[in-house]
Ligand binder design. Structure first.
Ligand SMILES: [Zn+2]
Length: 344
């Protein structure tokens, strides 16, 4: 079982599935609303906190997009990115890969360049404290032409973009509808990932595997399909799982029922991530602590999970090798009965 004294903040972690817009803490949301004179349907941060008791993904997305309305100027995007990176660094995240969709913020007159420069300059300014890769993403609820256009519009920043993904309400919006988008991402040399099998069925995960994608975001539903699990294990297709998000959106009834442990035992490259930490009330170490304890993961399993995060990242092989050493130094391989070498 999970060592009761394990400090997950000290574990060198990756966070490979986090939406920048989902790191907007209520206090900052209200501050930016005042700064930009944006009316809000909530009285104060506590009232917003109360509203964050979601029934499902759709209920969450309604509040999430309302929150996005307070982000207007380049400075807002800088402040948001910097605040997340500072918090993640303090939380023991050594490498993060953040989704961000500037499409959501167009139409309010803010130039795309101001938005992108705000985000990217915060990533650059924080480079010495935390490594971060930017991932573009598009909404599956919009036409594929819009996704292709968004991909084109980001051309001036391609050198600072590692990957492209796709998210949004899943049911009725299968991954295959976006084949042209994923092909176009690949043609431009990007790594790719797609949200699938969160509220959607195992078939959506299967479909995703027929696309040029490197990684599945969530992928919970694959647990119901043994043949699919074997394919995911054989191909080492990583799943970026988000336990607290799954709990808050009722994808799982409780964390003890989360498929992560079973998948780990079947040698899938499963990883732990935070998704939308401000709305789901859980940053990286909160997710690690909650899921490891609920599933009574052993020290060996926790080490494997941390190494999976490094393997699943879009970093260079050289950087991965260095991070792997960092993880192993912090969490030596069990069995290890020598208290002097116990690490964290
Ligand atoms: Zn997500």
């Amino acid at each position: 079982m999970t060592p009761p004294d394990m400090d997950f903040v000290k574990l060198p972690k990756t966070d490979l599935h986090v939406h920048l817009e989902g790191t907007l803490e209520p206090e900052m949301l209200f501050r930016l609303a005042r700064r930009n004179r944006v009316p809000l349907p909530w009285r104060d941060p506590e009232n917003l906190h109360e509203a964050c008791k979601f029934r499902d993904l759709a209920g969450f997305l309604a509040i999430y997009y309302k929150g996005c309305e307070v982000l207007v100027t380049g400075e807002d995007f800088y402040d948001l990115t910097r605040a997340y990176l500072e918090r993640a660094a303090a939380d023991g995240v050594v490498h993060t890969e953040i989704f961000f969709n500037p499409q959501v913020f167009r139409g309010r007159g803010t130039p795309l360049a101001a938005i992108m420069e705000g985000v990217l300059s915060a990533i650059r300014d924080m480079r010495d404290r935390i490594s971060c890769l930017y991932m573009g993403t598009v909404m599956r609820t919009r036409p594929v032409e819009e996704a292709l256009q968004a991909l084109e519009e980001l051309a001036p920043w391609y050198s600072e973009i590692a990957a492209f993904g796709m998210g949004g309400a899943e049911r009725g919006n299968p991954p295959l509808h976006f084949r042209r988008y994923f092909d176009a991402c690949r043609e431009r040399g990007f790594r790719t990932c797609v949200h699938a099998g969160e509220e959607g069925p195992a078939d959506y995960v299967r479909e995703a595997l027929s696309l040029p994608v490197d990684r599945i975001d969530h992928g919970n539903a694959a647990a119901e399909d043994p043949a699919l699990l074997r394919i995911l294990a054989e191909r080492r297709i990583p799943l970026t799982m988000c336990p607290i998000s799954n709990l808050r959106l009722k994808v799982v009834p409780d964390l003890a029922a989360h498929p992560l442990k079973r998948m780990l035992e079947q040698r899938l490259c499963v990883t732990v991530n935070s998704d939308d930490p401000a709305y789901f009330l859980g940053y990286a170490s909160d997710n690690w602590a909650a899921v490891c304890r609920a599933l009574r993961l052993t020290r060996a399993e926790i080490l494997q999970l941390a190494l999976n995060g490094v393997e699943a990242s879009f970093l260079s092989d050289e950087r991965k090798a260095a991070l792997r050493q960092e993880v192993i130094a912090a969490l030596p391989a069990p069995p290890d009965r020598d208290p002097a070498r116990r690490g964290i």
